[in-house]
Design a protein around this ligand. Structure first.
Ligand SMILES: CC(C)(COP(=O)(O)OP(=O)(O)OC[C@H]1O[C@@H](n2cnc3c(N)ncnc32)[C@H](O)[C@@H]1OP(=O)(O)O)[C@@H](O)C(=O)NCCC(=O)NCCS
Length: 181
């Protein structure tokens, strides 16, 4: 039972050191948008049940022992029915073992049914896992991406690859928008 003093501390405060350490390792990859990469943003996502972290913590207010080795989250957009599957990270210590598929599957399974997900990635491996969960790479041939961008408030984060009217054909290293169908 938490003491009255402990109860006054911000919820999930003990997550900070682990999330700060995770943020530093994520930042070092150079793969993530800086404006969303803070321990506070990650903490809020965890407390709102919009993130999956490994090792699985006993509850959402603390972490298992040792560093966080894998992370993926859902980020809200301007449209309450659309969220971004974002910040997919698997520590090299666990890499190439299907862990990304595992955490992405868990995040999708715990997403409310009224939410449609999208993701932006330049990693074909991430795209291939998303495609196996009914996401598709998107261009103007697939849908009206500019209207969609305005609706979700994506601004200048829309990948250039989404603008042509050609058939989607992602290559590794190119930024692509993947939308859940
Ligand atoms: C990218 C990252 C999340 C991958 O995690 P991982 O658990 O090591 O992923 P895996 O190596 O198990 O590969 C995942 C899948 O991609 C597939 N894959 C890998 N490279 C591929 C390629 N070039 N083309 C198609 N599929 C590919 C693998 O076959 C695997 O599929 P499977 O699960 O069906 O077997 C991890 O390396 C990482 O965190 N990197 C640094 C941060 C980053 O780049 N994050 C992504 C930002 S969008």
């Amino acid at each position: 039972m938490a003491s009255p003093k402990e109860r006054k501390r911000p919820m999930g405060e003990q997550l900070y050191p682990k999330l700060e350490d995770l943020v530093a390792r994520m930042r070092a990859t150079g793969e993530f948008a800086e404006q969303f990469l803070t321990a506070e943003i990650l903490r809020r996502q965890v407390l709102a049940d919009r993130a999956v972290i490994l090792p699985k913590p006993p509850n959402k207010y603390c972490t298992a022992s040792g560093p966080i080795l894998a992370h993926v989250a859902r980020r809200k957009t301007r449209d309450p029915t659309v969220q971004e599957l974002a910040q997919v990270f698997v520590d090299p210590a666990l890499g190439s073992n299907g862990v990304m598929r595992c955490i992405v599957a868990q995040l999708i399974a715990t997403t409310p049914p009224n939410i449609r997900l999208f993701a932006i990635t330049k990693r074909l491996g991430v795209g291939s896992v998303l495609i196996s969960y009914d996401f598709r790479p998107v261009t103007k041939r697939v849908m009206g991406v500019e209207e969609w961008r305005a609706r979700v408030g994506l601004g200048d984060r829309l990948p250039d690859s989404a603008l042509p009217r050609s058939h989607p054909n992602p290559r590794d290293g190119e930024r692509w928008l993947y939308l859940q169908f």
